[in-house]
Write a protein that binds this ligand. Structure first.
Ligand code: ZN
Ligand code: ZN
Length: 327
């Protein structure tokens, strides 16, 4: 197999030939058909997440087919289409796992961060964390649903049921969440970098009722807001934009420091919360709805060998929607 490997934090990924991995008990080997590029991959390569293990193969939005199966695997067969998400393994015995919060497991493994991921022609996965996928539709179009879609879904559920939803940072996750929120009958208010007219137009094309710069106030107070951009300055801005009792959800795994702000922005029972990882139930709930909602993802595809270019373009905001690597 071949992979784009992170050998040293901060260095470009290196095209590397590796022996085909043999699935152990409970594992499957998946031939990768497409792997999305997520902002978390940037945090991994930049060394912004704790305890990074290198060398590592990034990538956690994997669509592929089961190629080999280890012992003690049930319900999957060779050739089956599967999706491999960020949550790669949980311990099953810690208080969080036992309390239906496996996303907060004390001893988890994360695909493309603490176990090898999908910037590769093949990858190993713990079969219990792979999602069987229906046939039909393009692998490339589906890949961003496995993190941008899933984390977006968890964030949307956490945000509550309010009708006026603000999305700060209109990239891969927000462009999917906007479609889900519209399908649920909500109004979407999209916030982008100041003056980013193309992205504001992109948001309007996806049904946003309003789009503007993140420093601007929406035309009416919001019932909830989700912050996808890794920018702490957005927290007081979002708190200012929501009504009394509303919730602001931070959806990213990493964010620059949040500046101090007057208590009155939080006062009146506004809530500031974060969303971490996903549970398998999130995946089951969301993937069940995908065909019904008819989500259309905007993707820019790159050959696997151009993973560094895809990461650079994501960092610079050079495309709308999501980047996807194809082996
Ligand atoms: Zn656990
Ligand atoms: Zn991700």
């Amino acid at each position: 197999m071949h992979a784009m490997v992170l050998k040293k934090l901060g260095d470009p990924l290196e095209w590397t030939e590796l022996p085909d991995p043999i699935p152990g008990p409970g594992e499957i080997r998946v031939k990768v058909a497409a792997c999305g590029v997520c902002r978390t991959d940037l945090h991994v390569v930049d060394g912004e997440l704790p305890d990074p293990g290198v060398p590592i193969i990034p990538g956690h939005e994997i669509v592929g087919r089961v190629e080999a199966i280890g012992s003690n695997v049930e319900g999957l067969h060779v050739g089956q289409r599967v999706g491999i998400p960020w949550l790669g393994h949980t311990c099953g015995v810690c208080p969080y796992c036992r309390g239906e919060h496996e996303n907060l497991c004390d001893r988890p493994l994360f695909t493309g961060y603490t176990r090898d991921g999908g910037f590769a022609t093949a990858t190993l996965a713990d079969a219990r964390y792979a999602f069987p996928l229906a046939e039909g539709g393009s692998d490339v179009d589906f890949a961003p649903l496995l993190c941008a879609g899933l984390i977006g879904w968890r964030s949307l559920v956490t945000a509550g049921g309010g009708g006026k939803l603000g999305l700060y940072g209109f990239g891969a996750a927000a462009h999917i969440v906007a479609q889900v929120a519209r399908w649920q009958g909500r109004s979407v208010f999209a916030f982008t970098r100041a003056g980013d007219i193309p992205t504001q137009e992109f948001a309007r094309r996806l049904g946003a009722a309003w789009a503007g710069g993140s420093e601007e106030m929406p035309p009416e107070p919001l019932d909830a807001a989700i912050i996808f951009a890794p920018v702490g300055d957005l927290v007081p801005l979002a708190l200012k934009a929501v009504r009394k009792g509303a919730r602001v959800v931070c959806a990213g795994i990493h964010m620059s420091d949040i500046p101090s702000f007057p208590y009155r922005l939080l006062w009146e029972e506004r809530q500031l919360v974060s969303v971490a990882n996903l549970t398998r139930q999130d995946g089951i709930d969301f993937l069940r709805l995908v065909p019904e909602i008819g989500i259309v993802t905007a993707t820019t595809r790159y050959p696997l060998r151009q993973a560094n270019q895809a990461l650079a373009d994501l960092r610079a905001g050079r495309f709308e929607g999501a980047a996807v690597l194809v082996p």
